[in-house]
Design a protein around this ligand. Structure first.
Ligand SMILES: Nc1ncnc2c1ncn2[C@@H]1O[C@H](COP(=O)(O)OP(=O)(O)OP(=O)(O)O)[C@@H](O)[C@H]1O
Ligand SMILES: [Mg+2]
Length: 288
């Protein structure tokens, strides 16, 4: 096993109880992967492919029905480890309105570390530091309902930072946000990853967001269909299609343009790649 793995799934199975007696609904099947400290991993998959189940297995909210989940080497199924596992892995969920519980932003961020019995001068430092890290410090005395969805999600991230978790799992935390809110949240977590080495598991159904990760994992019906760099994963067009996913927009555009301009490069991934390739086509046209 990789000793540096902060999260390791070893042949993990999870099945939910159905409504009928004895009925089980398989959600994750024979899933093995590991995430190393400091990685920024995106997790993609169609509806019901098992992404949220993976998120909840990562911090012991769910216990595998088979196999092992290790968090920093600790077996997440062992109740004695639950406190240490939760201290390492925090989850931000989808709905920004369900995650803030206190009447003031700074009280909300303080809630987690207060429960860890962090004493006062340090508590203040942690809360201020976490709010600054997500650019929400100036809103510390604001009331939650005055914030936008993107701001609320950044406060939820600050709550995890204040607990000094090593890993942040975001379970479609941008899904209910407008494009600006999505950008804010993605930028906030990218900065935390880059500057503080926080490990990020970013579950999303936006391909363009996944394209910005170091690594992309694709789930299909509870199993891992692809795992690699964004360039590698998004080149696997047939597997992505079978997994029920669409290509990122710049790739779709490049594929369409290739029908007219066969010289269009194959390795387009981002908007910038696509713009540069189109500019090169124009430049070629001018010199002909
Ligand atoms: N609480 C539950 N009880 C019963 N079945 C469940 C429960 N939660 C999820 N499932 C089932 O488990 C499978 C995986 O669900 P999961 O929520 O992990 O998928 P997902 O990839 O997060 O989906 P989505 O894109 O809709 O969020 C699905 O078949 C789903 O219907
Ligand atoms: Mg989900």
């Amino acid at each position: 096993m990789d000793n540096k793995a902060i999260i390791a799934f070893q042949n993990v199975y999870y099945a939910y109880q159905g409504d009928e007696e004895g009925e089980t609904i398989p959600a994750v099947e024979n899933l093995s992967f590991s995430i190393v400290r400091g990685e920024f991993v995106a997790l993609l998959g169609h509806n019901g492919s098992g992404k949220s189940t993976v998120a909840k297995l990562c911090n012991g909210l769910l216990t595998p029905t088979g196999g092992t989940v290790l968090v920093d080497g600790l077996n997440a199924a062992d109740e004695n480890n639950l406190f240490d596992v939760r201290k390492r892995v925090g989850i931000v969920f989808q709905n920004p309105d369900n995650q803030i519980i206190a009447a003031l932003i700074e009280d909300d961020v303080a809630f987690g570390p207060e429960n860890l019995c962090i004493p006062h001068p340090e508590l203040r430092e942690r809360v201020d530091g976490a709010l600054k890290a997500v650019d929400m410090y100036e809103y510390r005395l604001a009331e939650p309902h005055k914030l936008s969805g993107g701001q609320k999600q950044r406060v939820a991230i600050a709550g995890i930072l204040a607990m000094e978790n090593d890993v942040i799992v975001l379970d479609e935390s941008t899904a209910m946000l407008d494009p600006r809110g999505r950008r804010e949240v993605l930028e906030a977590v990218r900065k935390l990853n880059r500057e503080r080495g926080i490990t990020v598991l970013f579950i999303t159904h936006f391909m363009e967001e996944a394209a910005q990760a170091d690594r992309v994992m694709v789930m299909d019906d509870g199993e891992l269909a692809l795992d690699g760099t964004p360039r590698f994963v998004f080149a696997q067009r047939d597997i992505l299609r079978r997994a029920g996913l669409e290509l990122p927009l710049p790739l779709q555009l490049a594929d369409a343009l290739r029908g007219i301009f066969p010289q269009m490069p194959q390795d387009i991934l981002t908007n910038e790649d696509c713009t540069a390739a189109i500019a090169a086509l124009f430049a070629q046209g001018e010199t002909q």
